[in-house]
Design a protein around this ligand. Structure first.
Ligand code: KIV
Ligand code: NA
Length: 271
């Protein structure tokens, strides 16, 4: 049997072959991700991608546990990591431990991810010292959309040193890896060179130690949402639309079901 990937394995990949990460929210997609990736991230993007929310702020611990369990069932070698949702860790280390331990105990995932840099360092150190491996997330942190004023690039000009300080703080606190979201490519490269833990970029250029995308985005399951940093590797939304249109036409035209999709009234005699 394959030994599952654990946080120390991910940390040890610093400077080696790029880490491949995608989100997953369901068992069947987790199985696909598991076959090709190092980490299956149960992102709180699930709120927007699967549940139609307009931000990640309404995502609950219960939602993360439900989707986390589904993804863990689909993983045999890729490491599942579960996002801590907004409001489940910001009060302080104790609250964070209480909820992170629930995420791990109730799903079986070996690690959590939370957003924040310098201000979350104490919490990350508290969790790490107590058996909760933490993937950090700095740069654009979508749970802070209302204080950031939108989903803009973070870390241009003077703001660059703040992102660098955040990355160094989460490393010092014991995070085993850090997501860099929507930070300028040069800064992401500089952070990657200065840190001893892997950086995993999303909209952060080519110099990170790994890359992550939202799986529904890269599969083209949306038609409207097309951020610059997403490359579409398929157009599954278009394929699904065509399939559903054909089904609707065939039902209305009584072309589906055909005889082969129906059950005969008498058991056929085998010849
Ligand atoms: O929620 C999410 O999908 C994420 C990734 C984009 C890093 O946090
Ligand atoms: Na997230």
């Amino acid at each position: 049997p394959v030994r599952p990937v654990l946080p120390p394995d991910i940390r040890a990949r610093k400077g080696g072959a790029p880490l491949v990460v995608l989100t997953a929210y369901s068992t069947p997609v987790a199985r696909l991700v598991d076959a090709h990736c190092d980490i299956a991230l149960v992102g709180d993007s699930v709120g927007m991608v699967i549940h139609g929310m307009s931000s990640t702020l309404g995502v609950t611990l219960e939602m993360m546990i439900l989707h986390g369990r589904a993804v863990v069932r689909g993983c045999t070698k890729a490491m599942p990591v579960i996002d801590m949702p907004f409001g489940s860790y910001e009060e302080g280390p104790q609250q964070a431990f209480r909820n992170a331990s629930r995420l791990m105990a109730e799903t079986g995932a070996p690690a959590v991810k939370l957003e924040g840099g310098v201000q979350m360092a104490e919490t990350i150190a508290f969790l790490t010292a107590r058996g909760v491996p933490v993937m950090a997330h700095v740069g654009l942190t979508p749970q802070a959309v209302n204080t950031l004023g939108g989903y803009k690039v973070v870390g241009r000009d003077a703001e660059a040193e703040k992102v660098m300080a955040d990355a160094k703080a989460v490393e010092a606190a014991g995070a085993f890896a850090v997501v860099l979201e929507k930070v300028p490519a040069g800064l992401a490269g500089r952070i990657t060179r200065e840190l001893s833990i892997p950086t995993i970029g999303i909209g952060a250029g080519a110099d990170c130690d790994g890359q992550v995308l939202v799986v529904d985005d890269m599969l083209g399951l949306f038609t409207e949402f097309r951020p610059k940093f997403v490359k579409r590797y398929a157009e599954l939304g278009k394929a699904a639309d065509e399939a559903i249109a054909t089904y609707a036409a065939e039902v209305r035209g009584r072309a589906f079901p055909a005889a082969e999709h129906a059950f005969p009234d008498v058991v056929p005699v085998k010849t």
